[in-house]
Design a binder for this molecule. Sequence first.
Ligand code: NDP
Length: 286
Amino acid sequence: MKKKITGRTKIFAILGQPLEHTLSPVMYNEAFELLNYDGVYLPCPVPEGKLAEAVQGIRALGIRGGNVTIPYKEKIIPYLDSLTDEAKLIGAVNTFYWEGDSLIGANTDGSGFLQAITQFHPPAADFPEAVILGAGGAAKAVGVVLALAGYKKIFLVNRDRKKAEELGQTLDSIGCKVDILPWSDPGLEKVIGQVPLVINATPLGMNPAFPSLPPIPYESLNEQQLVVDLIYHPTETLFLRKAKERGCLTMNGLAMLLEQGVLSFGMWTGIEAPKEEMEEILRRWL
Ligand code: NDP
């Protein structure tokens, strides 16, 4: 049945550019339909240099909430009224919602990750240490939330040392110690073998036509570890396959994608998202 849009329909939006491949409109519109919720979620591609006007448009048109994606997750911050504490620490926003007359920026990527791993791994495990490969946006979100959850030590492996140092300072300010290692560091062998949680937060492995692999000593991985790839398409990267061969528990990025979506949905609608159905929708589309 085709959705009826009326004068009462609430409008939600995703801002980014390009948006042709985003799964969010499908996931949220189907969720609205399932719940019989009178809402519509629209892709709003924002041309370069037009972000300020786009946010004014959100305010003027009474858009109830939504998401922000590449390349505006950081650039949108000056145009919002305030940020959640997590978004402040991460320095990026993937969700916006209203609190009274204030337009608030939040980041649900990290919390989505934390929620996703709880099925395997308690948030503040006995041995709260992790290795994060990469120091970009996703690594920041995951690192900050792990540090807030009580992780005491995080090893960051990144090409650009300065970027890793910036993230290291933020994590340190939350009480989490950081060691920064280049990919070629001989010490990586020991670290990779002893830390219970290893996360790929780089895009290495995303292109199935050229299955690249983060260059870590895979032979050090063992069955005591949870290995997570934030990539959700392909569903099993070479990185995860190698970890599975070593007996590790593995998880791809789908659960994080789902959980961040569930959290965002709750923030802008105030109602509980239909999680199981949203997972089904994502699996179908992927
Ligand atoms: P960014 O561009 O912000 O960061 C990418 C990181 O990967 C940087 O640290 C970069 O290193 C590193 N990197 C990129 N190419 C290489 C390479 N050839 N060799 C070594 N390191 C490399 O991307 P995001 O953080 O936004 O995304 C990272 C991954 O996480 C993507 O695959 C994305 O799809 C996934 N993701 C998944 C989500 C989910 O919900 N499951 C949510 C968000 C992201 P350097 O700093 O040295 O350039």
